[in-house]
Design a protein. Structure first.
Length: 524
């Protein structure tokens, strides 16, 4: 271990510092630590300081290690509670090498500056998540030295690199290979440390207080032109490198607040029809977060044409989501009307060239439609509401046929299609569909009777032989009778009303098959 000699001049001290590369490695999560240490020592000639279990792991791997206790001359005490809390450690981390007084202090005390700090913390959150854990066990997993090392290194990011997660190791080594870490890279690592220790401390505080906080943190804010209306301000915050933050805006104007809301509604509904290799190409057209046309086809072009024909008036100025890569014929069809946005997993070059005929059309490529947010947050006066996303799987095996008439295979397929669409329509939601195409959609009405009337009126004569899906139960038989008069042959609804028998009786009288999904899908 190289230690700065005492009583040298400043230039000699700085030369010695330049030749000395000292890294402190002390991690609870040993993932990747041996591989990192091998590169540091073999390729970049770092000297390694370590303590406790980390030192044992590195020594077992044949990596030269100086134990912290040997370096400081102070043994670990209190069962390992005190290891790194020593001036030779924190002086080496906090020294500002551009300030002569700090360098003189290092020389006087014989302290070597530490260039790299790799620390992650005791697994407190994982410990308290275990069933039956005692308070004493939890308290022993409250890290003291770790957060202190991390915060010290993060504070001195102008001179020190700090890594607090194994996922950062590869990026760090890439920086070294390119000539050394940049100041901006070290700043970002420091920010990650303060975020990490903040969450760690909050978990401890919540546990000891017996409470549960919900933290919502967005990054990379992008000011939008305005919110839902021009007099409202809006900003787009991102939460990690997932979802829309990974999309490529291929062409068109910047996205607006309303664009993003509609695109998310389109993505969520399109994701219902993705994931299976045998899934038919599907098109979703959204207007004001509600679907106005959804259709499947043998080709992407056919699915788009059917979806557009389902409600061409509403489709004007709409948002289109396609479950397959855009091809040239589909691109040509997309240019025939005014659309705000088109999103697909990919597009071939010919299609992208054709779409340039509409330079204001926003074309986005999003490789994975199925990255749904795990939780949804809505603000109310004096607080906010949090719920898990409605990603409950459609399991037809749990559906119950409650009428004398049982749906045949084609009818059941139509019911499933209508049900998948229905869960993405604002309540009260009614969807009329046939052969993989929506024919009428009743959305957001104050009563279910109104939604039924709107959906059937839109479907018109096409309702003959179609099916109907309802996101909530029918409290009265009137909607069943209205559906029968329009020619509906099967209905799927959650069931659960105290008057279910009235609806079942009406369906039996009128020759309609009815199934209960036993799952409600309100969308407010």
């Amino acid at each position: 271990m190289t230690v700065l000699p005492r009583r040298t001049n400043l230039v000699q001290t700085l030369d010695m510092i330049a030749m000395t590369k000292l890294a402190l490695l002390s991690v609870a999560d040993k993932t990747g630590i041996v591989e990192l240490a091998k590169v540091l020592t073999d390729r970049y000639h770092y000297q390694i300081l370590s303590s406790g279990g980390t030192a044992q792991v590195l020594q077992a791997a044949g990596i030269p290690v100086t134990k912290v206790s040997d370096y400081t001359g102070a043994a670990e005490i209190l069962g390992g509670r005190v290891k790194t809390l020593h001036p030779k450690i924190h002086g080496g981390i906090l020294a500002r090498l551009g300030i002569a007084e700090d360098v003189a202090d290092l020389e006087r005390e014989g302290i070597t500056p530490i260039d790299l700090v790799v620390v992650n913390l005791y697994p407190f959150q994982q410990t308290i998540a275990k069933e039956g854990v005692t308070e004493a066990e939890a308290i022993e997993q409250i890290d003291i030295g770790g957060p202190t090392l991390l915060r010290a290194a993060a504070k001195n990011f102008h001179y020190v690199t700090v890594l607090c997660q194994p996922s950062q190791y590869d990026r760090y080594l890439s920086q070294l290979a390119a000539g050394g870490t940049t100041l901006e890279f070290r700043r970002q690592l420091a920010i990650a440390v303060f975020d990490h220790t903040q969450e760690y401390d909050r978990a401890i505080s919540n546990y000891l207080a017996g409470r549960q906080d919900f933290l919502l943190r967005g990054t990379n804010p992008k000011p939008l032109r305005y919110g839902e209306n021009p007099h409202q301000q809006a900003t787009w915050y991102q939460t990690g490198q997932v979802g829309w933050s990974t999309a490529t805006l291929w062409q068109g104007k910047e996205l607006s607040y309303n664009n993003l809301l509609d695109l998310e509604a389109a993505r969520a509904l399109a994701a219902e029809f993705m994931g299976e290799s045998t899934a038919l190409p599907t098109t979703v057209i959204i207007k004001h977060t509600n679907p106005c046309g959804v259709a499947q086809g043998e080709t992407l072009l056919e699915s788009y044409q059917k979806a557009f024909a389902a409600d061409p008036v509403s489709a004007f100025g709409g948002i289109v989501a396609l479950t397959k890569p855009i091809d040239a014929p589909t691109a040509q069809e997309l240019t025939r009307t005014f659309l705000e946005c088109v999103v697909a997993p990919a597009a071939d070059q010919e299609a992208l060239t054709i779409l340039q005929q509409k330079p204001n059309l926003r074309v986005l490529l999003l490789s994975d439609f199925r990255q749904s947010p795990p939780t949804l947050v809505r603000c109310i006066s004096g607080g906010f509401l949090v719920q898990t996303a409605d990603t409950f799987p459609v399991d037809v095996s749990q559906w119950q046929t409650v009428t004398t008439l049982t749906p045949d295979g084609n009818t059941l397929a139509d019911l499933v299609f209508a049900w998948r669409v229905c869960r993405h329509v604002k309540s009260n939601a009614i969807v009329v569909a046939k052969a993989g195409v929506t024919l009428g959609i009743g959305a957001g009405q104050m009563n279910r009777v109104g939604s039924v009337a709107i959906a059937l009126q839109q479907a018109g004569d096409k309702a003959q032989g179609a099916v109907l899906a309802s996101d909530g139960f029918f409290p009265f038989a009137d909607s069943v009778r209205t559906a029968a008069q329009a020619g509906i042959k099967a209905i799927v609804q959650p069931g659960g009303s105290i008057r279910d028998q009235d609806s079942i009786q009406a369906a039996n009288e009128l020759g309609i098959a009815m199934m209960f999904s036993k799952v409600r899908h309100f969308l407010h």
